[in-house]
Design a binder for this molecule. Structure first.
Ligand SMILES: Cc1cc2nc3c(=O)[nH]c(=O)nc-3n(C[C@H](O)[C@H](O)[C@H](O)COP(=O)(O)OP(=O)(O)OC[C@H]3O[C@@H](n4cnc5c(N)ncnc54)[C@H](O)[C@@H]3O)c2cc1C
Length: 303
């Protein structure tokens, strides 16, 4: 219930203006966001690398409203991949296609993605395509599918909660893509998505087995112990070594688990968001853990 309200609040522009401008939200933002600048994000990447953790940098921003904004975001992403290749080797970038203009002009968005993929391939950086709300989910997958033969190293996120996911996976007949399996962070109608947490977890476990059997270099984006332990067992049963797949977690979430997995010899990648457009991202993080809401409300009212 509270989670649903927070996910709706994530789309509310008035609330965004109110919360984003409030100096007292800084503490909470700081927990989940690496900083506002690329330099700060690279600094975090380098610190994590020194602990044996890889990163994926996410330039915050989504649902741009015109093509100029989508071009500017693409340019910033290209600047980011170039900085990564010089200063944080091994890092990837994660991008939302709504930020590259999917909701404004899907063809222009595909061109922006192509420009980013070409620039990234030129410097050996991998791009990961985030999966957003179902309103842009299908075009995101189709745009990814078109780019895949030219850039097979690209990874796409898929959401266990979405009812169409097994069918989507089966539809990749020629090339099986590199995937990041996540539970799904958006407010979706029951007709399109599972809503019950137990059902979503069960589907996550089922898809884990499918992915280790069919897809190269899988990534499991989760902080859930049940999902983590299942992925370890499924990978081992499929004959994969500890370095043949990776766990991905969010910056600021379950740091103890991230370090523990590294000590056990697993690959870990942390998703590191940076930039000024943190509001919808932060709301989704709070929806995942409503206990954060109290802390957040206290910070907004300053008590
Ligand atoms: C690397 C990465 C990339 C992602 N990319 C996408 C994407 O492209 N599209 C998409 O829809 N979703 C994405 N997500 C979000 C994902 O869908 C889930 O909403 C999120 O990971 C919470 O699910 P969980 O598997 O961690 O399990 P949960 O059962 O939600 O959490 C397990 C435990 O982790 C901890 N935890 C989880 N979330 C938080 C939090 N926000 N704050 C504090 N503690 C927390 C708690 O201890 C909780 O008990 C991504 C997640 C990760 C880790």
């Amino acid at each position: 219930m509270i989670s649903d309200l927070l996910l709706r609040a994530a789309k509310n522009k008035k609330l965004e203006n109110l919360v984003s401008g409030h100096p007292l939200t800084k503490g909470l933002v700081h927990r989940y966001v690496a900083g506002v600048s690329l330099d700060e994000a690279i600094g975090v990447a380098q610190r994590m690398n020194s602990e044996g953790i890889d990163v994926s940098l996410d330039l915050l921003g989504e649902q741009v409203e015109d093509l100029a904004e989508s071009t500017a975001a693409t340019d910033q992403y290209i600047e980011t991949v170039q900085a990564i290749s010089d200063r944080a080797p091994g890092a990837t970038v994660s991008v939302k296609l709504s930020q590259l203009g999917m909701a404004v002009d899907p063809q222009a968005c595909a061109k922006n993605l192509d420009r980013l993929l070409e620039a990234s391939a030129a410097v050996g950086v991998v791009v990961e395509v985030d999966m957003e709300h179902s309103s842009v989910g299908r075009p995101t997958l189709e745009t990814f599918r078109e780019a895949l033969p030219r850039y097979p190293q690209t990874r796409v996120a898929i959401q266990a909660a979405m009812r169409r996911t097994p069918e989507d996976l089966e539809s990749f007949t020629d090339i099986k893509p590199r995937l990041r399996l996540v539970k799904g962070a958006y407010d979706e109608p029951l007709g399109r998505a599972l809503r019950d947490r137990k059902e979503i977890t069960a589907q996550y476990l089922f898809l884990t087995d499918w992915i280790v059997a069919h897809c190269p270099d899988p990534a499991f984006g989760t902080h859930d112990d049940v999902c983590i332990e299942h992925a370890k067992k499924a990978a081992a049963a499929a004959g994969l070594g500890k370095r043949d797949f990776e766990f991905q977690m969010l910056y600021g979430v379950r740091r103890d688990v991230q370090r523990h997995l590294v000590r056990e010899g697993y690959r870990v990648r942390v998703y590191v968001p940076f930039g000024t457009q943190w509001y919808p991202y932060l709301m989704r993080r709070m929806a995942e853990r409503p206990a954060n809401l109290l802390f957040f409300l206290r910070s907004v009212v300053g008590r």
